[in-house]
Design a protein around this ligand. Structure first.
Ligand SMILES: O=C(O)[C@H]1O[C@H](OP(=O)(O)OP(=O)(O)OC[C@H]2O[C@@H](n3ccc(=O)[nH]c3=O)[C@H](O)[C@@H]2O)[C@H](O)[C@@H](O)[C@H]1O
Length: 435
């Protein structure tokens, strides 16, 4: 994939390299302290060898029973103070929200929007290398300037999550941490299972055990509609023909969420995002790397459908998505359970958040050419069987009537804002870290 060429190799969230220090460092210390007898040394050497060969117990997989909470990294009065301060609402009646994936594209925008209106926000992000971590760090800078502290950690780390819930009584969780990207699922399927399934279950486990339980709003995806042909896509349509593992994990997430709602009384709202774009966006998405490649004079590959038509997307501008997220948080009823016990039925909702006006990818390219004042070098090729679907188109009636969702930005207007940001950010301008 050309757009990933100059990014670091992308192990996504499936990193185990952080896992070793805990066990290994501990044993290194032991080595220094041990008596230098031949047998003891031999035994230790064998034991270390065994540890190195065995699969590492990654910290991201630490269970709640693991008492070795890495106090060095998390915890301590200073850390707790930062966590509490960030999560504390500034306005009366404000929400107290844990935003996972806070340094991600949508996470950054939602976190700052919540903070701006006076809610308390604590961010969580593992800063993985799926795409340029420098962009995530720049977003973190923005968040910090807005008063949002981002805890560096993984949603699979149950001990960390539990600790966060011990320190703060979250009223809401906005769960945006995920392994995104449709095509990358063919390269690193494990990363999707790790984040979108295991990580989500871990978050729900900790949320259901919390007292009080938070209301959880999470990111699902338009990709769950898969190979559906009936348009516009409606929440009541069947969605059981996913075209990518990404889509399958997002659909699985919806089923998993339903069980936590049913068994534990957790209030759950899933938002099916439709190809979200805008400033501070994801470099793995077509509008982003098309911009980069057009500017560099590199050839872009534009997919076409089998009938030689252009593939189309219901591109949705980030500010509209943010409004949808806030609408979902504001209308979410409380969970009914506490401490893992259901007390009554709780809310379970799924909404499409799209723009409801699909645009062919060829048109996207034309708009970019106009905004960049450059002609794209294009190679048109049939849509490969890589997880992409031919078109998406959202029916947003339900979101409109129930959470007040009303998209207002058309693709050209939104791309104009994106291009302006892109030019500032990558030109090294001093203003690059502003909105
Ligand atoms: O709504 C979602 O749920 C998903 O949206 C996004 O997926 P997509 O809609 O597939 O966006 P994106 O990759 O930008 O491709 C856009 C268009 O360009 C076409 N495309 C792509 C690459 C290429 O080289 N050429 C090309 O024509 C391609 O065929 C497509 O028609 C998120 O990445 C995903 O994480 C998820 O959130």
């Amino acid at each position: 994939m050309s757009h990933l060429d100059d990014l670091p190799s992308t192990p996504g969230k499936y990193k185990t390299d952080k896992a070793l220090p805990y066990g290994i460092l501990h044993h290194h210390r032991y080595l220094r302290l041990s008596k230098p007898t031949l047998w003891a040394s031999l035994f230790l050497a064998l034991f270390l060898f065994y540890l190195l060969l065995s699969p590492p117990p990654t910290p991201s997989r630490r269970s709640l029973n693991d008492s070795s909470l890495s106090a060095a990294k998390y915890g301590g009065s200073q850390w707790e103070k930062q966590v509490r301060k960030s999560a504390h609402p500034r306005s009366r009646g404000g929400l107290t929200v844990l935003v996972t994936g806070a340094a991600g594209f949508v996470g950054t925008h939602v976190s700052t929007a919540l903070r701006r209106r006076g809610d308390g926000v604590l961010g969580l992000d593992n800063f993985n290398r799926y795409y340029d971590p420098k962009l995530k760090r720049a977003r973190q800078g923005l968040l910090e300037r807005s008063g949002v502290f981002v805890v560096e950690g993984d949603i699979n780390d149950a001990v960390l999550l539990k600790k966060l819930f011990d320190v703060v009584l979250f009223t809401h969780v906005m769960h945006l941490a995920a392994q995104a990207g449709v095509r990358y699922a063919m390269q690193n399927p494990g990363s999707y299972v790790n984040s979108n399934i295991a990580g989500f279950v871990n978050l729900l486990e900790v949320s259901k055990a919390a007292n009080p339980q938070p209301a959880v709003v999470w990111a699902s995806s338009s990709s769950v509609y898969g190979l559906n042909k009936k348009v516009p896509f409606s929440e009541i349509d069947r969605a059981d023909h996913p075209a990518s593992l990404y889509a399958a994990t997002k659909k699985a997430g919806e089923g998993i969420a339903h069980t936590y709602n049913h068994i534990y009384g957790l209030s759950l709202t899933g938002l099916r995002f439709f190809t979200v774009y805008g400033p501070w966006g994801r470099p793995d998405m077509a509008y982003f790397f098309f911009t980069k490649d057009i500017l560099k004079g590199k050839t872009i590959t534009v997919f076409e459908s089998p009938d030689k038509g252009s593939v189309a997307r219901d591109f949705t501008y980030i500010d509209d998505i943010v409004k949808g997220c806030l609408g979902a948080l504001d209308t979410a009823e409380k969970s009914t359970g506490s401490g893992g016990k259901k007390k009554g039925p709780a809310m379970f909702r799924i909404y499409n958040l799209g723009n409801t006006s699909p645009v062919p990818v060829t048109k996207l390219v034309k708009i970019l050419e106009k905004l960049l004042k450059m002609k794209a070098k294009k190679k048109v090729m049939p849509l490969p069987r890589n997880g992409d679907v031919e078109f998406t188109h959202a029916n947003i009636t339900l979101a409109q009537s129930e959470i007040g969702y009303k998209p207002a930005v058309d693709l050209e207007t939104g791309l104009k804002k994106f291009v302006k940001w892109y030019m500032g950010f990558y030109s090294g301008s001093k203003k690059k870290s502003s909105w």
